[in-house]
Design a protein around this ligand. Structure first.
Ligand SMILES: CC(C)(COP(=O)(O)OP(=O)(O)OC[C@H]1O[C@@H](n2cnc3c(N)ncnc32)[C@H](O)[C@@H]1OP(=O)(O)O)[C@@H](O)C(=O)NCCC(=O)NCCS
Length: 179
């Protein structure tokens, strides 16, 4: 698998994949489904504190899924929150496991974050299996944590820190205080 940043000219393929993945994504994930929504989504991820990555099959370039790094906070936290989805035509083949692993490495080695979080509803078993496989640990539970599919939903809080996997050593991010 390979990662590439979401771009405006992905609109056609992205919207086709969202439409084909309606049953897979509902009720967990809501992605842009119209050209207007897609344009607003691309604009959102041009800002510095959020990144949107496409997980692509290396040999064909086909988009297999997406991973967003949301709410990047620097200073003493150095964290980001992940949102991710597979697309139906290529789901269930291990592509997202590999893609998420690449994003985790990128976030720790290139963005120099210390921590990534994923908030998951307790009934979303596929997502919990995936995040566990990538090495996240369950830190706890938060009632009414996120507004999803029209209501405030309870979520499990999963996280991974850069000390939990082998990564290339990097200098600390300049916004990290010395002590
Ligand atoms: C959660 C989600 C991203 C998982 O995607 P996925 O396609 O199942 O993930 P992978 O590509 O890593 O595939 C893993 C599955 O493929 C299987 N698999 C098949 N062939 C495989 C291979 N060659 N290598 C690895 N895994 C393989 C694995 O056993 C695994 O199955 P399991 O989940 O039953 O254990 C997907 O279900 C989804 O998009 N859900 C809706 C959106 C969502 O919930 N997002 C998260 C909100 S918190």
């Amino acid at each position: 698998m390979t990662l590439r940043p979401l771009a405006s000219d992905d609109q056609g393929e992205f919207l086709d994949l969202v439409s084909a993945s309606e049953d897979l994504h509902r009720p967990w994930m809501s992605l842009p489904s119209t050209p207007q929504q897609f344009e607003a989504y691309v604009a959102r991820y041009e800002k510095p504190d959020e990144e949107s990555w496409l997980v692509c099959v290396r040999s064909t370039g086909v988009i297999a899924g997406m991973v967003n790094i949301n709410s990047i906070i620097r200073g003493r936290l150095q964290s980001g929150a992940l949102a991710y989805a597979a697309f139906a035509p290529t789901a269930g083949q291990g592509y997202m496991t590999e893609g998420l692993d690449l994003v985790v490495r990128y976030a720790f080695e290139q963005l120099r974050l210390h921590r990534l979080e994923a908030q998951i509803q307790p009934d979303n078993h596929a997502s919990i299996r995936l995040i566990r496989r990538v090495g996240f640990r369950h830190e706890g539970d938060s009632p009414e944590f996120l507004f999803i599919d029209g209501a405030w939903r309870d979520h499990e809080r999963w996280a991974i820190t850069n000390t939990m996997i082998d990564i290339r050593p990097t200098a600390p991010h300049p916004t990290l205080p010395e002590r």
